[in-house]
Design a protein around this ligand. Structure first.
Ligand SMILES: *Cc1c(COP(=O)(O)O)cnc(C)c1O
Length: 432
């Protein structure tokens, strides 16, 4: 059945939304999460899993296990128990790899997202006199912008010359892939690194990571992706696509809690290269000899070779709980099936109920978006930000991004078709 046929079958009424929920094999997963309450005691309509994912009910249990171990075992919690701390990060590897289409030796959970971007640039941004530019998008997340600019300066180059920005065409919101290709072909010989998002945070546009990687590699450029809005949202095949590196945080679609430990992918052809330049720490050192406390760094020949410190176990426990929920749900392909349907229904209702009053800037092609839709209010005299606030007062949590976008993400793990129905009903009442 094509998407078109499915969309044609949608109906704009509550009974239909409830029927979709009844047919949804993932509907019960809503109960596996803590949903914040409104002042009146009812559940919020939570549409900001793209900003901070909700807490799985499993998380407290997993985190408490580690607190308990610390209480009862002290330092021995590193070794003689179930899920010992010493290799604790390894318990996350296989599932993290599955989520991004990687091999286990290509993935590690460590640090935070921006920190990992820096550590990856230490290895993959090694500019020369002739090849020193970094290509990012004009509307990159500020932290990425700062990180890249500071790396350029760190190497003694001028960001005005070395920072290459790709922007949507005048009057457009989305990045045109032809423009990316053209820019890479035109400037490629001077570009050292391409760092683009898997999913653009503002518009929700999915970039074609496979083709961008091919275009970059054809010009001898390293290609990395920021997957903050992609991990846990869309399916990816980082290994097969030959992506050089990627970084993501775990607190958005990955539901692992505010500021939780981030993920990092280093393609096997690099991760196995222990001569690759990097900033080193003892947790990246060969496990057999780590505690011999010798002075020569001998990196682990996997993504783990980029670890610096022994990691925060309480945070890793929260990730382990979240990964268990993803696994119980059947993994990304199952989630994406629902996600596509849920977001298509969301789009259908917005168009059916609100017509031109709201513009969706996210691509309409389901292959070019995840679950987020970015909306601008299109009514003379009505400010988007006021509408955002009215939604909030009515118990609908979305997020506002300057200059004028309301982002709303129905997350397949814990949002229902009925949630989407009520969202559009409330939005309509805020607009008309
Ligand atoms: C959320 C997000 C960040 C946040 O960075 P932290 O280091 O986790 O604080 C950075 N970049 C992008 C693209 C994001 O979406």
């Amino acid at each position: 059945m094509t998407e078109q046929v499915q969309n044609n079958q949608f109906q704009p009424n509550l009974a239909f939304a409830q029927t979709l929920d009844q047919q949804d094999p993932l509907a019960s997963f809503k109960d596996a999460f803590h949903i914040p309450k409104q002042a009146n005691g009812e559940n919020e309509l939570y549409f900001v899993g793209n900003s901070l994912g909700l807490q799985p009910t499993l998380t407290a249990e997993y985190v408490n296990e580690e607190l308990k171990k610390w209480q009862t075992l002290g330092v021995k919690g590193h070794f003689d128990c179930e899920f010992p701390w010493m290799p604790y990060h390894e318990f996350l590897t296989e599932q993290s790899a599955d989520l991004v289409g990687a091999k286990p030796n290509e993935v590690v959970c460590m640090n935070s997202l921006t920190a990992n971007l820096h550590f990856m640039m230490v290895s993959f941004y090694q500019p020369t006199k002739t090849r020193y530019k970094i290509l990012i998008e004009d509307h990159a997340f500020p932290s990425d912008h700062y990180a890249v600019t500071s790396q350029i300066k760190h190497h003694g180059f001028d960001p005005n010359e070395a920072l290459l920005l790709i922007a949507p065409r005048d009057g457009e919101e989305l990045i045109n892939h032809d423009d990316i290709k053209e820019l890479i072909e035109r400037e490629g010989d001077s570009i050292a690194l391409i760092l683009l998002p898997g999913v653009q945070y503002y518009t929700g546009q999915v970039l074609d990571m496979q083709r961008i990687t091919q275009w970059g590699h054809a010009k001898g450029i390293k290609v990395g992706f920021d997957l903050a809005h992609a991990a846990g949202n869309i399916t990816m095949q980082l290994h097969d696509w030959q992506v050089d590196f990627a970084c993501w945080c775990s607190y958005k679609y990955m539901n692992s809690g505010p500021g939780s430990v981030a993920g990092c992918f280093v393609h096997e052809r690099h991760s196995s290269n222990t001569n690759l330049n990097r900033f080193a720490g003892w947790w990246g050192h060969d496990k057999q000899t780590r505690f011999k406390m010798e002075n020569t760094f001998n990196p682990i020949p996997t993504a783990e070779g980029w670890q610096l410190s022994n990691p925060p176990i309480l945070s890793l426990a929260a990730i382990r709980a979240s990964l268990a929920v993803f696994k119980n749900a059947g993994g990304m392909s199952v989630l994406c099936e629902k996600s596509t349907r849920l977001t298509n229904y969301f789009e259908y209702l917005l168009q059916h109920e609100l017509g031109d009053l709201v513009r969706i800037i996210t691509p309409s092609d389901p292959a070019q978006r995840g679950c987020q839709l970015s909306l601008t209010v299109n009514i003379a005299g009505k400010q988007g930000k006021e509408v955002f606030k009215s939604l909030e007062e009515a118990g609908v949590t979305t997020d506002w991004r300057e200059p004028n976008v309301i982002r709303a993400a129905p997350v397949p793990l814990y949002n229902s078709f009925t949630d989407v129905y009520h969202f559009v009903r409330v939005l309509k009442s805020c607009l008309i």
